[in-house]
Design a binder for this molecule. Structure first.
Ligand code: HSE
Length: 308
């Protein structure tokens, strides 16, 4: 086998209170990536879309992780990568993570699966460093493992898959760009002890609620007193969307990643569709263009579609 196609899905991370530590994999949208094995130590990046992403592999979120992988391989191999992005860069639903995770999962498949998922996350984090200047794994890990993951620690890497009940996800993606690096820059570097206590209570509650399948506990725990109050200012209509979606039956939700996307979790598809309708009517009133997705929790992560 020397060619492979994978679907690399979008992710929601942070999961509200779980800044940089909790993430969830979505079934849609996803990037389509084709990788070809080369017999030379090089990485070539091609794109088939109109997003102005760097072709230099060292500066590309798919290329940088593959260069790291080549650095540990003691053989003359390389990869030609063709990326069709369907997850808009700067959307807050893990566009850079999808490219990074898709690249390493596909490369690993071509190499006969010699690396563990944890090693793949370690390589893929170099893509996040290229994208935002910081290595974080809250999007990468759910994209590779599927489902919900907790990053207990990055150095050393400690990833814990978290089981969960069925979840439907409504995502509003306002067509404005919020750069992750800017959305990190505006955050306060210190937090009050009372806020930290509330936040770690919520993270514990969210993890317990997911593992117990307790939707009410999940809903009560989807509260962020540290990051959301700062970042939500960048997102038109954030507060009203959140309160009206909850009134319409959503369990809860918040900013997806560093924004501008907003996500809401529901117990069933019908509620998720109603919630999407609420998002739509508010944004039609506000007059900002948007995309809306209604999708499910993806337990598989990156999906291998085709071998050749
Ligand atoms: N955890 C990151 C952040 C995700 O919120 O800055 C961004 O993709």
């Amino acid at each position: 086998m020397n060619e492979i196609t994978v679907h690399a899905p979008a992710t929601v991370a942070n999961l509200v209170c779980g800044f940089d530590v909790l993430g969830l994999c979505l079934s849609e949208p996803y990037d389509i990536m084709r990788l070809r094995l080369l017999d030379k130590r090089q990485v070539i990046i091609n794109t088939t879309d109109n997003f102005p992403l760097p072709k230099d592999p060292a500066l590309n979120t798919a290329g940088a992780p593959l260069l790291e992988m080549l650095a540990v391989l003691k053989q003359d191999v390389g990869f030609e990568v063709t990326i069709t992005k369907q997850i808009k860069p700067g959307s807050g639903i893990g566009s850079s993570a999808a490219s990074a995770a898709g690249a390493v999962v596909a490369a690993n498949e071509l190499l006969g699966n010699r690396f563990s998922n944890e090693e793949l996350v370690r390589f893929a984090m170099f893509g996040e460093k290229v994208a935002s200047g910081v290595k974080h794994a809250d999007n990468i890990a759910p994209c590779i493992y599927g489902g919900v993951t907790l990053i207990r620690s990055i150095f050393p890497l400690d990833i814990i898959p978290i089981s969960s009940p069925p979840l439907f996800v409504s995502v509003l993606h306002p067509q404005i760009e919020v750069r992750t690096s800017d959305a990190r820059e505006i955050l306060r570097k210190e937090v009050l002890l009372k806020d930290a206590i509330r936040q770690w209570g919520n993270i514990g509650g969210l993890v317990a609620g997911l593992m117990k399948g307790d939707y009410d506990l999940i809903g009560r725990s989807l509260e962020d007193v540290i990051i959301e109050p700062v970042r939500s200012i960048l997102i038109p209509g954030f507060d009203i969307i959140k309160s009206e979606c909850k009134s319409a039956g959503a369990i809860g939700g918040g900013i997806s990643g560093s924004g501008p996307s907003i996500f809401m979790l529901s117990r069933d598809e019908q509620t998720a569709q109603t919630v999407a309708g609420v998002m739509k009517s508010i944004y039609d009133r506000i007059g900002v263009n948007y995309h809306i997705y209604v999708t499910t929790l993806n337990h598989q992560g990156v999906v291998v579609k085709q071998n050749a």
